[in-house]
Ligand binder design. Structure first.
Ligand code: NAD
Ligand code: ZN
Length: 283
């Protein structure tokens, strides 16, 4: 994947985008909603890239940003996958302890429900405007909202994955025998969530690359765009002549190369975009 260029190209961002003033004040970002609706409906193949920000309004904290978990508590160890390999049974016992005594993120991941942004994206897919979504989120909320064409590049915390055959199965309870084995091939099971140090599963990465190649318009929602390889997909779209639309209350490394920026929480912005597109479709 290509890193972001040092000298970004100019975009037609909505002016005066301060986070404190980021909600959709009447009169100001309406033009951006209109322009986004036009870009989305005229695109040949539009896909979305979403990050933790789209689920913030569902009560799941982000990692970075003002109330981010890493901002508050510091970054976790980078050798998580190595720890899993060193002793899979011990790693599984720690998963069991965390389920019995959940931390802030684990508790939120188990209880959260989709918000208006997730539902608006599912409707955009039903309207034929959004062809695929790549999410970095592990929270299952796009699926719960009814989105169907989805690649979860960092996995899904509600599933287990076999490290040999990649088979995914629902994760309801911690299995009795630890570490658990795959029913299909006997391989070692882990949670589907991709850990630090773990390669992105090949099937998910291939799908992301395919979708990015086909895409001429990418909707970026709630991602700080600093985690690779996902952060490279929009850059690839831009370099091949596609258009980028960013929905985020804060500036990101992709802001300057975006064709249009809507500085608002996703739960406010996407329903407006979706309603406008529905109006266009019904006209
Ligand atoms: P991030 O935490 O690095 O950045 C979050 C982004 O969302 C920021 O740019 C912030 O300005 C924006 N944001 C905050 N509130 C928003 C809102 N209401 N609407 C729209 N945007 C909003 O998130 P990231 O870029 O996804 O990267 C972090 C990694 O952490 C990802 O790989 C992801 O797997 C993981 N993560 C996932 C979840 C989840 O599944 N919900 C939660 C935390 C972290
Ligand atoms: Zn298997």
């Amino acid at each position: 994947m290509t890193p972001p260029p040092a000298a970004p190209s100019s975009g037609s961002s909505v002016p005066d985008p301060t986070p404190a003033d980021a909600s959709l004040a009447p009169g100001r970002p309406r033009d951006a909603v209109e322009e986004i609706a036009e870009i989305l409906t005229s695109a040949r193949y539009c896909i979305a890239l979403t990050g933790a920000g789209i689920s913030a309004e569902s009560g799941i904290p982000t990692f970075r940003g003002k109330d981010g978990l890493w901002t508050k508590h510091g970054e976790p160890p980078l050798n998580q996958y190595q720890q899993f390999w060193n002793d899979p049974a011990a790693w599984w016992r720690s998963v069991k302890r965390r389920r019995e005594n959940p931390d802030e993120l684990s508790a939120a991941l188990r209880e959260a429900l989709p918000n208006d942004a997730h539902f608006a994206m599912a409707t955009l897919e039903q309207l034929g405007v959004l062809r695929h979504t790549i999410t970095q989120n592990v929270d299952n909320l796009h699926r719960l909202a009814g989105l169907r064409e989805l690649t979860e590049i960092h996995g899904n915390s509600h599933f287990l994955r076999c490290i040999d055959c990649n088979a995914r199965t629902p994760f309801d309870e911690v299995p009795e025998a630890l570490p658990p084995a795959c029913a299909a091939c006997g391989g070692l099971l882990k949670t589907d969530t991709v850990m630090f140090g773990e390669p992105i599963p090949r099937d998910a990465l291939d799908e992301c690359i395919n979708q990015t190649r086909m895409c001429d318009c990418m909707l970026l929602v709630g991602t700080s765009a600093v985690v690779y390889p996902a952060a490279g997909f929009p850059v690839d779209v831009k370099m091949s002549g596609g258009r980028l639309i960013e929905v985020n209350p804060n500036e990101t490394p992709l802001t300057e190369m975006s064709d249009i920026v809507l500085r608002a929480p996703a739960g406010e912005a996407l329903p407006l975009v979706m309603s406008r597109i529905r109006e266009i479709a019904e006209a």
